[in-house]
Structure formats: structure tokens, C-alpha cells
Design a protein around this ligand. Structure first.
Ligand SMILES: Nc1ncnc2c1ncn2[C@@H]1O[C@H](COP(=O)(O)OP(=O)(O)OP(=O)(O)O)[C@@H](O)[C@H]1O
Ligand SMILES: [Mg+2]
Length: 248
């Protein structure tokens, strides 16, 4: 089998598996509701509908990611660059994810003086969504997920950092997780849904916006790890940024 055929087969088997899981639960819970409507109390009905809604959202995200992958490989990802304020985008993402991950503690630490970046707004939102959702999916329930910003590289770039406490990402996996369909095999990853596309798409989008992305994972004692993803994106206006830094 050629490399292309092998990749194609891997793609089909990952996609089919990923589509089947949410579809199976949507069908299962609708069938249960239809056949046992009179026996179910309102609470259970609500719970079942919530599962159907969550799984439908999962399907929509999955299809959105698939489309991004085909656009990336076909070079058809068109970006519209504008001056973007980081904070409102992060706030939007967190308010959406808060609804989905109710027991998570999201903390936004973004200084009002953070200069605007030059980026495509929708794609920037997709980047923040993918990274923050990963922090929610793979992080501890009790500790905070922090999204913060910093100035760096002589003020030409804004660093956006997303961190969470949880399981380890080993050094040898730092690069691999950004490739297509790669997931780290551990009990948690097996338990939560994912296609292994999020970080691949994220890295592609960041690089198309002339930025960089990296990850670092540090041991925090008693088997806990602090994982931090850092995205550097160009500031929209270097002079504006210099002034902001000096409070002018
Ligand atoms: N914050 C994190 N902590 C620990 N492991 C992580 C974290 N973020 C990503 N990973 C690991 O990297 C892998 C790749 O992440 P990626 O976002 O590309 O895929 P996914 O979350 O599995 O699926 P998708 O994002 O496509 O739904 C994950 O499966 C997980 O093993
Ligand atoms: Mg992901």
C-alpha cells in the first residue's frame, strides 16, 4: 500500500469512528425518549436533550475541523487581516465554553493595555477555542484554566498563553501533537472525544498569521503537571504598542 493510500485509509477510519460516536448517542437518546416518553420525568428528558445538543455541537465542530483540513491542504484558507483586540475574543470563547464545561474554572488575565494584534478574527477565535477547549478537556476539574497575555520580542508580538493543570505531555510528544490525527495514548485521552485535528489546524492558522505556537509541560509535584500553550501573534501597530507599554 502506498503512503498516500495508507494516509487516506487512516483518515477514513478516524473520521468514521469520530462521526459514529456522537451519531450513535444522538440516535440512542432520541430512541429512548420516543419509546419511553411517558415514563421519563422532566429532569431525565432535559438531561437526554442536553446530551443530544452536546453531541450535535461535537459533530458541527468536527465537520468544521474537517473542512479546515481540506482548505489547508488545498491552500484555500483565505484570511482577512484586521486589527483585533484579544480580550473580547477570549471573553466570547470562554462564555461559550463555560456553558459546555460547567465545572471548569476559567480565568482571564488580560491587561487592558494589551495592544491589538493583526489577525483574522474568526480564525483567531478558532485558535483560542481549540486551545481553551483542550485545557478544559485534558485539565483537572478543580484547578483553574488561565488565559493570559504578555508583550514580547521587543514589543512586536503579543503572547497569548493558555495553561492548565493535568496530565503530562512528554517532551518527545511536543512536536507530534501538532500533526494531523495525533493523540497521546493515555486513559484520559481515550475517555474524552477528539479527532486529533485541533492542534494541527491551530498551528497552521497561527503560522498563516505570521505567528508561532509552542507547548511546555512542567512537573508540579504529586503527579500533577502544568501545561502551557503559547501563541505569538504580530502586534497590529508597533508604535501603538510601544506607547501602551510606556503608558503614554
Ligand atoms: N492541555 C492539554 N493537556 C494534556 N494533553 C493535551 C492538551 N492539549 C492537547 N493534548 C494532547 O494532544 C492531543 C492532540 O490535541 P488536538 O487538539 O489536536 O486533538 P483532540 O483534542 O484529540 O481532538 P480535536 O481537537 O480534533 O477534537 C490530544 O489528544 C491530547 O492527547
Ligand atoms: Mg482538541
Amino acid at each position: 500500500m502506498s503512503e498516500i493510500e495508507k494516509n487516506y485509509e487512516d483518515f477514513i477510519s478516524t473520521v468514521s469512528h469520530e462521526l459514529r460516536t456522537p451519531l450513535t448517542s444522538i440516535r440512542g437518546f432520541s430512541q429512548t425518549m420516543l419509546s419511553s416518553w411517558d415514563k421519563l420525568d422532566d429532569e431525565s428528558k432535559k438531561r437526554f436533550l442536553k446530551i443530544i445538543e452536546d453531541q450535535s455541537n461535537r459533530l458541527i465542530n468536527l465537520v468544521e475541523n474537517m473542512l479546515s483540513v481540506t482548505r489547508i491542504s488545498g491552500g484555500r484558507e483565505n484570511l482577512i487581516f484586521k486589527e483585533i483586540n484579544v480580550k473580547p475574543v477570549v471573553e466570547t470563547v470562554v462564555s461559550i465554553l463555560k456553558n459546555q464545561y460547567k465545572n471548569k474554572n476559567f480565568q482571564i488575565e488580560i491587561n487592558e493595555k494589551t495592544p491589538p494584534i493583526l489577525a483574522d478574527k474568526d480564525k483567531f477565535q478558532q485558535i483560542i477555542t481549540n486551545l481553551t477547549e483542550n485545557a478544559a478537556k485534558y485539565g483537572d476539574d478543580t484547578s483553574p484554566i488561565t488565559i493570559s497575555t504578555e508583550f514580547c520580542r521587543n514589543c512586536e508580538f503579543v503572547a497569548i498563553k493558555i495553561s492548565n493543570y493535568g496530565i503530562e505531555i512528554k517532551k518527545e510528544d511536543y512536536e507530534r501533537i501538532f500533526t494531523k490525527f495525533s493523540r497521546i495514548d493515555n486513559p484520559l485521552t481515550r475517555k474524552v472525544q477528539g479527532s486529533g485535528l485541533g492542534l494541527y489546524i491551530t498551528k497552521n492558522l497561527v503560522e498563516k498569521m505570521n505567528g508561532t505556537i509552542g507547548v511546555e509541560c512542567k512537573a508540579e509535584g504529586s503527579g500533577r503537571f502544568l501545561t502551557q500553550f503559547e501563541v505569538l501573534l504580530p502586534a497590529a501597530d508597533i508604535e501603538k504598542q510601544a506607547r501602551a507599554k510606556c503608558n503614554l
